[in-house]
Design a protein around this ligand. Sequence first.
Ligand SMILES: Nc1ncnc2c1ncn2[C@@H]1O[C@H](COP(=O)(O)OP(=O)(O)OP(=O)(O)O)[C@@H](O)[C@H]1O
Length: 363
Amino acid sequence: MAEIYLKKLAHSYLPNPQKPEDYALKEIDQVWEDGKAYALLGSSGCGKSTLLNIISGLLTPSQGQVLFDGQEVTQLPTEQRQIAQVFQFPVVYDTMTVYDNLAFPLRNRKQDEASIKTRVAEIADMLELTADLKKKARGLTADAKQKISLGRGLVRQDVAAILFDEPLTVIDPHLKWLLRMQLKALHQRLNRTMIYVTHDQTEALTFADQVVVMYDGYVVQIGTPQELFERPEHTFVGYFIGSPGMNVLPVSLEGATAYLNGQSLALTTRYISQPGDKLELGIRPEFTQLSPIPSAHSLTVTIKRIEDIGRHKIARADYQGREINIVIPEDQPVSVDYKYLTLDPRHIHLYANGWRLKQEASA
Ligand SMILES: Nc1ncnc2c1ncn2[C@@H]1O[C@H](COP(=O)(O)OP(=O)(O)OP(=O)(O)O)[C@@H](O)[C@H]1O
C-alpha cells in the first residue's frame, strides 16, 4: 500500500491553457495517507474522473507529478503502477467460474495455487460469494457480477491503491446500502489505500475516512464527514453535503454584524472581507429555529410546507423570494403560522465569492 502525493498537479485538455477556466483540474498539492479511504465527491463534470485517471495512469497531467511512496509514477502506464481498479460496469470473464475470475489477477502474477486458494476463499467470504464460487459468471445477476469485480479489485495484496469509479451504479437500490457497508468493513479489515469516485454523498460519507469534495475543477475541501458538516470551506460543500443542504443567503457586513435585507444579525466575531466581495451567509437547517414570537434578530419567513420525514420535520419556507429549509426536532411544536426564524450565531458561516471568510484576529 502506498501514500499518494499529488504534487502541484493540474490538468487542462487544451493544448495551450492560459486562464483558470481552461483547467479541468485546478492545481492541487496534497498527500493522501497510506491505508486510508478517500472518496472523490462532486457533481457531473467537476473533475473527478480527470483526477482518478491521472492517479491510475490513464491520463498524463499537463502540470505536476504523482508519487507513490515517494517514487514518481507520473509517466508510468497503468500496468506498471500496481493499482487495482473497479469500474462502473462489471469486468468479469463470463465463461469462467466465479473462483477463476477471482483467482485471475493472482494467477497473472504467478502466485502459487495454494496461496491463491486461501486468498480467494477469504475475499469470497467477505463478499458473500462463497456459495457461487463454482458457478460460471455468465448466469449471474448484474449485482453478483459487480461483486466479482469488487472481489477482483480487492484480491491482490501487492497493490499501491484500489480505485473505485462509481462501482455501485449497476447495483439494485435495495442492495446498495448492503454493499456500501460491506465495502466499509472491507476497508477496515484490509487497511488498503482506497479511492472511491462518486456523485452520491451517502456513498461518500459512508465509505470514506476523508471526503475530497470537488467543484468546477477545484478540490474545495478535504475532510471527515463531520468536518464537512460543521465547517464547510466553500458554499458548495455546505449545500452539497447535508440533507437538506446549508441555506446560503446574500449578506452585507459591518464589524461583527451581518445584514440580511436590512435585518441585523449579531455574529460571534469579526471577519475580513474586501470591497467588491460577493458576501454570503451560510446556516445549516439544523441550526435555525422557528417561533410564533419575534425576537431581536429574527427573520420574518413564510412557511410553504412542512414535511415529516420521521426523525424530524423539515419546514420549507420563503424568505424574501429565497427558499430556506428549517429542521425541526420531532418533539418541538411547529405550525405553518410560525413566522419568525432565528439563526444560531455559533453556527453562522460567512463566505466571500464562495470561499469561507477568515476571521479577524482578536487584539
Ligand atoms: N477527453 C476530454 N477532452 C476534453 N474535455 C474533457 C475530456 N474529459 C473531460 N473533459 C472535461 O473536463 C471537465 C471535467 O470532466 P470529468 O470527466 O473529469 O468530470 P467528472 O466529475 O468525472 O464528471 P462525471 O461524473 O460526469 O464523469 C468537464 O468539463 C469535461 O467536459
